[in-house]
Design a protein around this ligand. Structure first.
Ligand code: HEM
Ligand SMILES: [Cu+2]
Length: 543
């Protein structure tokens, strides 16, 4: 058991996370029902209003709170109880983030922030919505500082010992988050807040979108890295194996840091104002992420196979059978991993300039990220929660809850196959994303989409039932399950693995290279945007 005070901090983060998941899922269910023409929204709730709540609460709040809570628990487990300053800073971060979340939710519910979770200009929300977002971001920075501080003190106290793998990965995840959120903080503070208050009457849209996507792509790696932490560090222990290589795992994380930030243009492929050569350059960097992704896939299968062989599995695929499929701590993340295969293939399509023309702004894209963040990441997080919540609350994961967890995972997989599958197909037929049924139902093509909308609604309903089951299980594990000691599964490194080169902990080097890549990929095109800014922008006055 980790220090009680740290367990409490972690549990508070997880609670807000699951609360957001629950509310966001209600919105998700309603969306699928509206899109299929099954219902119309009551009480003059707008479709965009609902979609804003869904995107913000799930993509931004559920994920960030879960990640911070998980990282704190693992840091306390691997580096020991949090020192005073890091713990206090963590609570301060929690308070700021929660305050921001409540404020943002209120303004969305008041229909004063119906700007979707990407808040593209010229959609404009109440200034309070942007102020709320700043609180979430700055609160999360406090958590980042607190984790780095813990790491720094630990390194000093241990005379620069090699950090535990989990903690190293946590520090890296928060480094990526911090560098990435600088962009979104800049656009909120320098553009959106002055503009929404009315201090300035114009906003440079291209710059705001560029700063947003500078953040928006690494955001997806911020979701993924904690899932990878579970795969690299937790899964080997659960399946009775060993971590394939500590050095390889760290190197993969370094590469994710380097190749996830200077690539935001692949979300702006169809935007004017950025030259093709810069788009091409960033797309090349985008595809570099294939390297650490394949490294991750390779080490995972190496772990599965060696663990399987130790248990006596034979033949090319004999190890598949001896994996603990009936253990939800393995099963849920494993389904997430499997779903990542088609999801990744879809991602390659999205990031390819020509193919992007076909799927841009269609429901295909929505189908894609329900496989990635809402399945690969979400299922891994659910799999973590099934042992982490009872671990932190001093209870146990009972066989009965384990079984319900397996059912929950299967429901999620089936529901998502329906919903996301239908979204992919109907997207190829040209069905737009972010559009309520009523706004396109008189479109001649829309008739072809009807069967797929129905499949989406069926999938969405199964997913919602799965969320109800999840909330029940988590609630039971937090408050009702029998008192007992749980294990925090932490893998050990294979004895034969090579030792870890210290250069992997050279933060100045990696952050330096990351900054250099960002400068190379963004300085000139950004300069051009200012230089050729629209009437009223600072650049227009200058040149
Ligand atoms: C009960 C489960 C869920 C259902 C039924 C559901 C359904 C939907 C639907 C129908 C849309 C598309 C709306 C449109 O483009 O018109 C959507 C959008 C979205 N969903 Fe979900 N979803 C679920 C869970 C999740 C989860 C767990 C996440 C993330 C962790 C997520 C993230 C998103 C995001 C980011 C959008 C895009 C919002 C936008 O375009 O502004 N969803 N969802
Ligand atoms: Cu991206």
């Amino acid at each position: 058991m980790i220090d009680k005070r740290d367990a409490k901090l972690s549990l508070f983060f997880l609670s807000i996370s699951f609360l957001a998941l629950f509310i966001g899922a209600i919105a998700g269910l309603l969306q699928t029902l509206v899109r299929s023409g099954t219902i119309e929204l009551p009480l003059s709730i707008g479709y965009y209003q609902l979609l804003t709540a869904h995107g913000v609460l799930l993509a931004l709040i559920f994920t960030t709170f879960f990640i911070v809570g998980f990282l704190y628990a693992g840091i306390s487990k691997t580096m020991g109880a949090l020192y005073d300053v890091p713990r206090r800073t963590g609570w301060l971060g929690f308070v700021m983030m929660t305050f921001g979340t409540i404020l943002a939710t209120i303004f969305i519910l008041l229909n004063k922030a119906t700007v979707l979770y990407t808040f593209y200009a010229p959609l404009q929300a109440s200034p309070w919505f942007y102020v709320a977002l700043v609180h979430v971001v700055v609160g999360s920075w406090l958590c980042a500082f607190s984790m780095w501080n813990q790491y720094y003190i630990w390194k000093k106290k241990t005379n620069n010992k090699l950090s535990p793998l989990f903690s190293y990965m946590a520090v890296m995840t928060m480094a990526l988050w911090f560098i990435a959120t600088l962009g979104v903080a800049a656009t909120i503070l320098l553009q959106f807040i002055p503009w929404s208050i009315g201090w300035v009457d114009k906003i440079d849209i291209l710059i705001s979108r560029t700063l947003f996507w500078y953040f928006g792509h690494p955001l997806v790696y911020f979701w993924l890295l904690p899932a990878y932490m579970c795969w690299y560090v937790v899964i080997p222990k659960i399946i009775g194996g060993k971590i394939f290589s500590d050095a390889l795992a760290r190197l993969a994380f370094v590469l994710f840091l380097l190749f996830s930030i200077p690539v935001g243009f692949h979300h702006q492929l169809l935007e004017p104002g950025i030259s093709h050569s810069w788009k091409f350059f960033q797309v090349v960097l985008t595809f570099m992420v294939i390297v650490p992704s394949l490294m991750t896939a390779f080490s995972m299968f190496a772990v599965f196979e060696t663990a399987g062989r130790k248990k006596g599995a034979r033949g090319l695929f004999g190890w598949v059978k001896v994996l603990p499929w009936k253990d939800v701590r393995f099963f849920a993340p494993m389904m997430g991993m499997l779903i990542f295969v088609p999801a990744g293939a879809g991602g390659i399509i999205n990031a390819s300039h020509q193919l992007n023309q076909v799927i841009h702004n269609t429901l295909w894209v929505t189908g894609h990220f329900h496989l990635t963040v809402a399945s690969t990441v979400a299922l891994t997080f659910f799999g973590i929660a099934y042992w982490l919540v009872p671990y932190l609350s001093g209870r146990t994961l009972t066989p009965q809850m384990n079984k319900l967890g397996i059912i929950q995972t299967i429901m999620w997989t089936i529901g998502m196959a329906f919903m996301s599958g239908a979204m992919h197909v109907v997207g190829l037929f040209g069905a737009p994303r972010r559009t309520a049924y009523t706004t396109y139902s008189d479109h001649p093509q829309a008739l072809d989409w009807v069967p797929y909308q129905a499949a989406m609604a069926i999938g969405g309903t199964i997913l919602f039932l799965a969320i109800l089951l999840l909330i029940y299980i988590i609630g039971y594990l937090a408050f009702k399950a029998p008192i007992g000691e749980m294990d925090f599964p932490l893998g050990e490194v294979e004895e034969k693995a090579t030792s870890t080169p210290i250069i992997l902990e050279n933060w100045k080097l990696w952050v330096g290279i990351s900054a250099a890549l960002i400068f190379i990929a963004y300085t000139l095109p950004f300069w051009h945007m200012i230089e050729h800014g629209p009437p009223g922008s600072p650049g227009y006055k200058f040149w």
